[in-house]
Ligand binder design. Structure first.
Ligand code: ZN
Length: 310
């Protein structure tokens, strides 16, 4: 039984419209689902990824409108690494980010930048053989598209002490010095800890949790295995687009394990993902009031399609 690398990473933002503009327009990802937080339905939950919303490409945000900026500290993820095809692509993104008003910094085969909330990213030349997970955007040529997530870095106390929950229970390979790899059948992911002792502040621009990808058939076995290792694991929760379990890893980061199925086309035509507000079944009766309180956000796909047709 192997984890198939990453499923998704979830962050917090204070502004859903800026979130859509940055990820679905500046970075050229596809907004694949516009829904609300299961536990706080007055808050958006927005999902971005490749054309199909494939596991391994998904970044999601809870919007808490007007949330104060946070910052990462011990027990929090601080940097997300997105794959691209070549060094020429790093030049393309340095230019595009500048044109959109965002600074970036080149270091060898990496381009570092922050989003509008201060969340730290690195574009890295992907060399692990991950199948490309591209979205289409009229201003981002296919050869320069972002290709999915390659890795993430977190802060932790005793950052280089090997964690048996990661290696023995979840099957990560330890590379030493706090660096790990997750090797699925198809996809790979780099996971690492950097030293920090001070706590961070959860808020806009910080990561809420990371979800690893399980085959549907293995999901309950992962729950059992994590429980046997002493983790406090939740029951299996139906998240509409996948099934999930949650537990904290030893340094305090919230881990989720999520299934492949049913995926984002379960309640929308694949050609129109993320264009309408979808609500979890139990919150459907709240629709009239949610549509009043949630600031409308427009999926750039709609405007792009109209531009092409006119
Ligand atoms: Zn999640």
């Amino acid at each position: 039984m192997k984890l198939e690398g990453l499923h998704h990473i979830t962050m917090i933002t204070g502004d859903a419209q800026k979130n859509v503009e940055f990820y679905a327009d500046v970075l050229g990802l596809r907004l694949v689902k516009k829904t609300v937080n299961f536990d706080a339905p007055e808050a958006y939950h927005l999902y971005f990824g490749d054309e199909r919303g494939s596991a391994g490409s998904i970044l999601t945000w809870f919007e808490f409108a007007g949330a104060r900026p946070g910052h990462p500290g011990a027990g929090m993820i601080h940097t997300l690494q997105l794959g691209v095809a070549s060094e020429a692509t790093l030049d393309f993104w340095a230019d595009r980010l500048t044109a959109k008003g965002y600074a970036s910094e080149r270091a060898g085969r990496t381009l570092r930048f922050q989003d509008y909330d201060g969340l730290q990213f690195e574009l890295v030349v992907a060399e692990d053989g991950n199948p490309p997970l591209r979205a289409e955007h009229p201003d981002v040529p296919g050869e320069h598209a972002i290709l999915g997530l390659e890795g993430a870095r977190a802060y932790g106390r005793d950052h280089d002490a090997e964690a048996p929950l990661l290696t023995q229970t979840l099957g990560f390979s330890s590379l030493g010095g706090g660096e790990y790899r997750v090797d699925g059948e198809e996809r790979h992911f780099h996971w690492a800890y950097d030293p920090a002792t001070e706590a961070g502040v959860q808020g806009a621009g910080t990561v809420h949790h990371i979800a690893w990808h399980s085959r549907d058939a293995d999901h309950v076995a992962w729950q059992q295995r994590a429980r046997e290792a002493g983790a406090h694991v939740t029951p299996v929760i139906d998240r509409d687009y996948f099934h999930s379990i949650y537990f904290r890893e030893p340094r305090g980061i919230l881990f989720e394990i999520a299934t492949t199925s049913p995926g984002f086309a379960v309640d929308e035509d694949p050609a129109h993902l993320g264009e309408e507000l979808r609500l979890p079944k139990q919150h459907e009766p709240l629709r009239p009031q949610l549509e009043r309180v949630l600031t409308p956000v427009v999926n750039p796909r709609i405007a792009q399609r109209e531009r092409v047709q006119s």
